[in-house]
Design a protein around this ligand. Structure first.
Ligand SMILES: [Zn+2]
Length: 344
């Protein structure tokens, strides 16, 4: 594996744990007769498989964890168990285990949980061993990825917050109380079962050379391949040529100002499949087409659902746009007219 291949392998592995975290972690969730839910200590084989999946040189598709998870996907029994436990978790708000209160509404079984488990497991191994520290260093890159947020904040931290993360409040993934982390006894000295090879060494080398293993653009690429969201900074130009909907009788000057594409402000033209997604220019009031290719399927579906609730939305937006345009061109003459009327 060269540097490029290590990065590609890293991306693949992160995406996999992100997409399959529930399937991976659910065997360790328990619910008793009183419908109390908790997380029991995972067995060592499972933890070793996780460690190996994330950090060894074994290609993802040939790893034990991958094979186990993929076999579950065809197991209808397992899938229905997952659904029933997730429903149960969803219904639990606050519950008590061993006299401690846990908010079970926040059991996420997400990528962060998997990373925390692996982190705790590696930390429970002999920390004087250089191999262990190298592994933690490499694992930190997964945390860096998991910290990415679609809001313009650049998080520099990994497992722990970085002093450069000068944002108010706590990172959303750290806000949640994670009982999975507590499931691994802290002082249990174990030996690592994997030998760090090219994969770990390559990531660590980047850090040792003060280089960035994961650029912001890599994080973006991974994030948007996993989330149906519009990038927070997506802008389009208000261009009259694109807005066929506005009547040319309003001879307004070309606006060409930037419009932030906010999902909640997009509406649809129910009569068109070509220029279906539209947005009102906040500067001049023109209706501008949002190119289809800028929106993922999930985003489109949410917009369609929202707009279906109001059958008059498109009409209203057209009228609103027209009103804005008239106001814009007639603001001066309108004022004079109003003045004259009030003098009568
Ligand atoms: Zn405009």
């Amino acid at each position: 594996m060269d540097k490029f291949e290590v990065k590609e392998e890293f991306k693949k592995r992160y995406k996999y744990i992100y997409e399959n975290s529930k399937l991976i972690l659910l065997p360790y969730i328990y619910a008793d007769l009183n419908k109390r839910v908790g997380f029991r200590e995972p067995d060592e084989l499972f933890l070793t498989n996780l460690e190996s999946f994330l950090l060894s040189d074994i290609k993802m598709e040939t790893s034990d964890l991958y094979k186990i998870v993929e076999s579950k996907k065809s197991d209808i029994k397992e899938l229905s168990r997952i659904k029933s436990v997730m429903d149960l978790i969803g219904n639990q708000e606050i519950n008590t285990i061993d006299g401690r209160r846990y908010d079970f509404g926040s059991i996420l079984l997400d990528d962060w949980d998997i990373l925390l488990l692996t982190w705790s497991f590696i930390k429970s191994q002999d920390l004087r061993n250089k191999v262990v520290n190298k592994e933690l260093d490499a694992l930190n890159s997964y945390f860096e990825m998991a910290r990415y947020t679609n809001d313009g904040k650049v998080w520099k931290g990994g497992r722990y917050r970085s002093p450069y993360d000068n944002y108010n409040g706590i990172h959303p993934k750290e806000k949640i109380h994670r009982i999975v982390e507590e499931s691994i006894p802290k002082n249990d000295k174990r030996k690592s079962n994997i030998k760090p090879g090219i994969f770990v060494n390559t990531i660590v080398e980047f850090k040792n050379n003060n280089e960035t293993f994961l650029e912001e653009s890599d994080k973006e690429e991974i994030y948007f391949s996993l989330h149906d969201e519009i990038p927070w900074n997506l802008e389009i130009e208000c261009d009259i040529n694109k807005s066929e909907l506005n009547s040319s009788e309003y001879n307004t000057p070309k606006c060409i100002k930037k419009i932030r594409v906010d999902e909640d402000k997009i509406f649809i033209n129910p009569n068109s499949n070509i220029n279906r997604y539209l947005i009102l220019c906040p500067h001049c009031g023109k209706i501008v087409n949002v190119n289809d290719s800028l929106l993922s399927d999930g985003v489109k579906l949410r917009i369609e659902k929202r707009c279906q609730k109001d059958p008059y939305l498109f009409r209203k937006m057209c009228l609103y746009s027209e009103l804005q345009l008239i106001k814009e061109i007639n603001s001066e003459s309108g004022k004079i007219l109003l003045k004259k009327e009030s003098n009568i």
